[in-house]
Design a protein around this ligand. Structure first.
Ligand code: C5P
Length: 234
């Protein structure tokens, strides 16, 4: 099948702000269905990282577009999940910092940068199917997805989750500061002129504030089954 005629390949989109469990749910669903996975946030993080390490100003749209076009990115299977290579160097951990998340959200606000990354994202749509995780998967990149899920949770709950995660890794952070950063990133993502963070009109909204990850997965399993996509989910 050529890339141009991959429109029959089913796509499930999982959008929402950070800290809602999106990444965990997307990886679980990919494994259950045996489909491909697009972590679109990783692409914006890699671009933010590449721009900062090559001293490209995060407000210089034309330079960011050139950087985006030249990115050599590979996603690899690692023992602890998916790894990310940038021009052959493993940047899996380096792109997960709060600073890199903030840089990603700044580069992601430029319309031309989003266009430059669009085709790269569409190429992930390959048989037997794709689980696409991001902010605009259901609204812009895959508007005809068979199932669109939008995960939400209160900013306070998301800050708590991130706080626990970082503490477990031995990284000490201030909860109030974390909440401030999360709220600022949400605002930038929701208020940007191009592809703002919002649910598609046909998305199913799943609030995870009071649910643990197992409950969220079980809810999604029933949505997937209802769409007749779940033969592989036991
Ligand atoms: O999902 P993650 O936290 O890795 O994404 C980092 C940033 O990349 C987000 O805050 C957002 O600004 C941007 N992003 C985006 N569109 C996507 C995925 C991520 O604008 N589809």
């Amino acid at each position: 099948m050529t890339e141009a005629d991959n429109s029959a390949v089913p796509v499930i989109t999982i959008d929402g702000p950070s800290g809602t469990g999106k990444g965990t749910v997307a990886r679980w669903l990919k494994r259950e269905l045996g489909w491909h996975l697009l972590d679109s946030g990783a692409l914006y993080r890699i671009l933010g990282y590449a721009a900062e390490t090559s001293q490209v100003d995060l407000d210089d749209e034309p330079a960011l577009v050139l950087t985006a076009a030249a990115l050599q990115v590979d996603f690899i299977e690692q023992d602890d999940g998916v790894g990310v290579l940038l021009a052959g160097s493993n940047v899996t951990d380096a792109i997960r910092t709060e600073a890199c998340g903030a840089a990603a959200s700044r580069v992601a606000a430029h319309a031309a940068v989003r266009s430059a990354l669009l085709e790269r994202q569409k190429k992930f749509r390959r048989n037997p199917g794709l689980v696409a995780d991001g902010r605009d998967m259901g609204t812009v990149v895959f508007p005809h997805a068979v199932l669109k899920i939008f995960l939400t949770a209160s900013a306070e709950e998301r800050a708590q989750r991130r706080y626990k995660q970082l503490k477990q890794k031995g990284i000490s952070v201030n909860l109030a500061q974390l909440l401030g950063e999360i709220t600022a990133r949400d605002r930038r993502d929701e208020e940007r002129a191009v592809a703002p963070l919002r649910p598609a009109t046909d998305a199913v909204i799943v609030d995870t504030t009071r649910s643990d990850i197992r409950a969220v997965e079980s809810h999604i399993k029933s949505l997937v089954t209802d769409r007749g996509l779940a033969r592989a989910i036991s």
